[in-house]
Ligand binder design. Structure first.
Ligand SMILES: NC(=O)c1ccc[n+]([C@@H]2O[C@H](COP(=O)([O-])OP(=O)(O)OC[C@H]3O[C@@H](n4cnc5c(N)ncnc54)[C@H](OP(=O)(O)O)[C@@H]3O)[C@@H](O)[C@H]2O)c1
Length: 239
């Protein structure tokens, strides 16, 4: 199971999950494009991971914009000469109100953050993976997309649509050597509360390291037949 030398794009690299994933993949010898909106934060992350200029491309981009997404893909290709893995770890949450009281802006922001970003970035990167005849696309989705809770309509709608994009993409990728898969979590446990202060509430939370390990597995050769999967990482089936 090796991503040594692979070019891995981590969109949302400064996030709670993205930073752990970046560290994990860097530790396995991958070359990383680290994407987010703030160049300073991305450069600091590359330095913290001990990555030199040959190993990392910190790149500031608004991933929900098609034109900047295409420029980003071009920059990664120019820097490393290829792209192998696209990890869409872009996050954000809006909601907390019944649908009838939800501001339209909440829905707009969730659609931008989860749907338009996935659309723009997969359009920009997937052709480059196909050109290799090998590639991996992954995103992290919540079971709340398919089985929504109340007071969460903007997020639920956006995550459901994000799934639709990636599972439709998986159908289109059959037999290409490129796969598109979804990892499902309820809550990402960045503080390791499930281990340090176990409770009924956090029993089904997922450590970022567990997600990173699943992503690494999906990158191995033996996982090349896993395409269009929704993989739950919360210790039980949905909902
Ligand atoms: N946290 C959870 O419990 C949970 C549960 C289910 C699913 N998920 C999913 O898991 C993934 C990772 O979540 P997380 O908790 O690590 O998120 P997070 O800590 O909120 O980090 C979000 C990341 O997305 C980047 N980002 C947001 N909007 C962007 C934009 N328009 N352009 C470029 N970058 C943008 C942020 O970068 P900057 O702010 O630095 O620009 C940051 O790196 C997300 O897809 C999330 O929906 C999370």
């Amino acid at each position: 199971m090796s991503v040594n030398g692979r070019v891995v794009v981590v969109a949302g690299a400064t996030g709670g999950l993205g930073s752990v994933v970046a560290r994990t993949f860097a530790g396995e010898g991958a070359r990383l494009a680290l994407l987010g909106r703030g160049l300073d934060k991305l450069e600091a992350l590359a330095a913290e991971l001990g990555l030199n200029a040959d190993q990392a491309l910190p790149y500031a981009v608004d991933v929900s914009d098609g034109e900047t997404a295409r420029a980003c893909a071009e920059a990664v290709q120019t820097k490393f000469g290829r792209v192998d893995v696209y990890l869409h770890l872009v996050g954000g949450w809006a909601g907390g109100k019944p649908l009838v009281d939800t501001p339209a802006d909440d829905l707009t922001s969730m659609l931008h953050q989860h749907v338009w970003s996935t659309f723009a970035m997969t359009q920009a990167f997937v052709p480059r993976l196909l050109a290799n005849g090998w590639g991996r696309v992954m995103a992290v989705v919540s079971p709340g997309g398919r089985y929504p809770a109340g007071n969460a309509s903007p997020y639920a709608a956006a995550k459901a649509a994000q799934e639709g994009l990636l599972l439709s993409l998986a159908q289109e990728l059959k037999g290409s050597g490129v796969t598109s898969n979804i990892l499902l979590v309820r809550t990402i446990d960045t503080k390791h509360e499930r281990l340090n202060a176990p409770s009924e509430k956090n029993a089904n939370w997922t450590l970022p390291e567990e997600l990173a390990a699943a992503m690494l597995y999906l990158c191995c050769e033996e996982a090349g037949t896993i395409n269009g999967a929704r993989i739950p990482l919360f210790g039980g089936p949905e909902p």
